[in-house]
Design a protein around this ligand. Structure first.
Ligand code: IPE
Ligand code: MG
Length: 236
């Protein structure tokens, strides 16, 4: 979710006003995902590199996160949304950590949408904590690619279908590095507070127009699709 600061600057407002608008936009995006039947929405809210920002901006972001949790969690729960946070939470103060734990506990049985917020998250950190846990669990083994995912912080979710980055930058910035191997990437100049439902629909239609080959040829994919469709045609 990039572009809050620039959104504010365009309006001669302080950066934090952009972050506030960003939170509002999270609310409408979550709603849109529920309506569309999206099962997982994962938001990169604060990276492990964002601590390098001016101290007052960091502390305002933390406040904003706390306030959002205090105000929104009950509503998420009512809507049947499961809340999860990923990242190294040890750097957050005890109050914020408690809000996160409470939100996860309260919503643990919900299934309409899993909303994951990545905070103090880094893809490399995630891979390394997974590697360390994997080795501790099976010391001395030779590991393969399929051994690691169960130790990643998002082991509960499938790999993402679609990655959206707002705000014009075309990079991953240490998000879900392992899981993005076959994810469709979508970059837009639209700033996060301006990323409305029309912009979201545009991202989804771009995704729908792509052919996901996972290393196969286009012919193989078309054949497999046709074979999958055949029994449906007979049913009719
Ligand atoms: C993204 O908006 C929000 C966070 C990283 C918390 P930015 O704050 O990066 O906005 P720009 O890039 O300055 O416009
Ligand atoms: Mg930015």
């Amino acid at each position: 979710m990039d572009g809050n600061g620039r959104w504010a600057k365009q309006r001669f407002l302080p950066r934090i006003a952009g972050h506030r608008r960003g939170v509002e936009n999270v609310r409408s995006t979550v709603r849109a995902c529920v309506e569309k039947g999206v099962e997982h929405l994962t938001l990169f809210a604060f990276s492990s590199e964002n601590w390098r920002r001016p101290a007052d901006e960091v502390s305002l972001l933390m406040q904003l996160f706390s306030v959002a949790l205090e105000h929104e969690v009950a509503k998420l729960h009512e809507a049947g949304i499961r809340f999860r946070a990923i990242g190294d939470l040890s750097r957050f103060d005890a109050g914020l950590r408690q809000l996160i734990v409470n939100a996860e506990k309260l919503t643990a049985g919900n299934h309409s949408l899993t909303l994951t917020v990545a905070v103090n998250y880094g893809g490399r950190w995630d891979i390394m904590q997974a590697v360390n846990r994997m080795i501790a669990a099976n010391p001395g083994k030779t590991y393969s690619e399929t051994d690691l995912p169960q130790y990643l912080s998002m082991a509960y979710a499938p790999e993402p279908d679609l990655f959206i980055r707002t705000g014009g930058e075309q990079r991953i910035s240490n998000f879900l590095l392992w899981q993005l191997a076959y994810t469709e990437m979508y970059f837009t100049d639209t700033l996060w507070p301006d990323f409305d439902s029309a912009a979201f629909d545009h991202a989804i239609s771009s995704f729908q127009s792509r052919e996901r080959r996972f290393g196969r040829t286009s012919e193989q994919v078309k054949l497999a699709d046709a074979e999958l469709r055949e029994p449906l045609a007979q049913d009719r």
